[in-house]
Design a protein around this ligand. Structure first.
Ligand SMILES: [Cu+2]
Length: 440
């Protein structure tokens, strides 16, 4: 502002003070005159100031440091202790404004400051007033006495307050929990990262979150806004405009699937039973499990129908299993004990390997059906008991055969009181003689 204008403003200021002094000191200004006076003082202190964009006062104070000053207003200057009248951005500033009881003024003085004390605080003689704010906005802030009739030296009462800009590191966002919520919003989430400042805002897919609370520099809690289904970016923006984005980190999920029917509801533990699952909200790409095993040939026919082949059943006696549909967005629908496996007739189909050299133990895999660990099982080959008999699944048994002479015999699997035989299923043979050069 050109010096001439400052001078003119100052002269006008003096003139107002002089006019006020001509009247009875007890006469108060009309509300309109008071407002005009404040407007004028605000213009004056603005002309004395140079600062960054005004950052509103935070809801809760998380100040970097507490800075206390005593500002003694007297005819006709401000004396400030300690000096300089300077703080760092983010500091919590407490000003004790006092007017000595022996001050020559009759009405005391006041303090009006650009940005921070825009309505002025008046202080009668012999009293103190406490003023507190967080130095959110950096820069130089002019201040004046806001009582125009404090005396003829009133226009001398001015000064500057300085807030040193503090460059905060940009925030970072490392995680959000939970990572999924309803399209309707309302999911309470915790965002973890670094450098969060009081007053930070959060957006999900460009829409502002609600109930944002900066718990600490590394934690923010918030409530998700409503949003269409899909993955969205989560953006934290600090009060200094620096922001951090965790891309595609929150999923607005479609409603979770439900299962109302599994048909047929039974099938053998050998699996491969074609079933139709009826329900709601099935998404393309959904997967299905029966107990602990994934179904095969899963086809999402529609949002309400899935066809699949059952997997192998359990080897235990627990033959009723849960059926679970899992959508690609990780939501699940469960039908408890919706499918019951039946144990088919005990059958031995094949043995791998089915021959060995004599006089050495060997482990074989026996394939068949109706295998279960619910009752005890045993295996004999050519009448000799195998050891380490393990039911791996309803169609696989592992067993170790002791060493045996050349020969062959039946493979017999006994489970509970039932046996099944693969006739001449295993043989011991000497290796073929070493080949000599073939003569032609
Ligand atoms: Cu004054």
């Amino acid at each position: 502002m050109p010096r001439a204008i400052i001078t003119a403003v100052a002269l006008l200021f003096v003139a107002i003070g002089a006019v006020a002094q001509e009247h009875d000191q007890s006469m108060t200004m009309t509300p309109l005159a008071q407002e005009e006076h404040l407007t004028h003082l605000r213009e004056l202190v603005a002309s004395m100031s140079s600062h960054g964009p005004v950052i509103p006062q935070p809801d809760s104070v998380g100040a970097a440091a507490a800075k206390n000053f005593t500002v003694t207003a007297k005819s006709f200057n401000f004396s400030i202790s300690p000096t300089p009248f300077t703080v760092n951005q983010g500091d919590l500033v407490t000003i004790t404004l006092t007017v000595p009881s022996n001050d020559p003024s009759t009405v005391g003085h006041g303090l009006l400051m650009e940005t921070y004390i825009l309505n002025g605080v008046d202080c009668p003689k012999g009293q103190s007033k406490q003023i507190q704010f967080t130095a959110t906005t950096f820069g130089t802030f002019g201040f004046v006495c806001d009582i125009p009739d404090c005396g003829s030296g009133h226009s001398l009462m001015s000064g500057n307050f300085t807030v040193v800009k503090v460059a905060n590191p940009a925030p970072t966002v490392s995680s959000i929990a939970p990572t999924t919520g309803s399209q309707a919003g309302g999911t309470a989430v915790t965002i973890t990262g670094t450098g969060f400042l009081t007053g930070a805002t959060v957006k999900f897919g460009g829409t502002s979150a609600t109930n944002v609370s900066v718990v600490s520099a590394t934690s923010i809690t918030a409530t998700t806004p409503a949003h269409a289904a899909g993955k969205v970016d989560v953006v934290v923006t600090n009060s200094d405009s620096q922001s951090a984005t965790l891309a595609q980190s929150f999923t607005y999920a479609l409603p979770a699937p439900t299962i109302s029917d599994v048909s047929p509801a039974t099938g053998p533990t050998t699996g491969l039973t074609p079933v139709t699952i009826t329900g709601t909200n099935f998404q393309s790409g959904a997967t299905v499990t029966f107990g602990t095993r994934p179904a095969t040939d899963v086809t999402v026919v529609s949002a309400t129908s899935i066809t699949a082949l059952t997997p192998l059943g359990p080897t235990s006696e627990q033959l009723a299993v849960n059926v679970v549909v899992t959508n690609p967005d990780a939501t699940t629908g469960t039908a408890n004990n919706a499918f019951t496996y039946t144990v088919p007739a005990l059958t031995v189909v094949s043995v791998t390997p089915n021959l060995a050299v004599p006089n050495a133990p060997i482990t074989i895999a026996i394939f068949g059906a109706g295998f279960t660990s619910a009752v005890s099982s045993s295996v004999t080959v050519a009448g000799v008991a195998a050891t380490n008999v393990q039911v791996i699944d309803p169609v696989t048994i592992l067993a170790t055969l002791p060493s045996h002479a050349v020969g062959r015999g039946d493979v017999v699997v006994t489970i509970g009181g039932t046996s099944a035989t693969l006739t001449n299923g295993f043989s011991w043979q000497n290796p073929p003689p070493k080949r000599r050069a073939v003569k032609h």
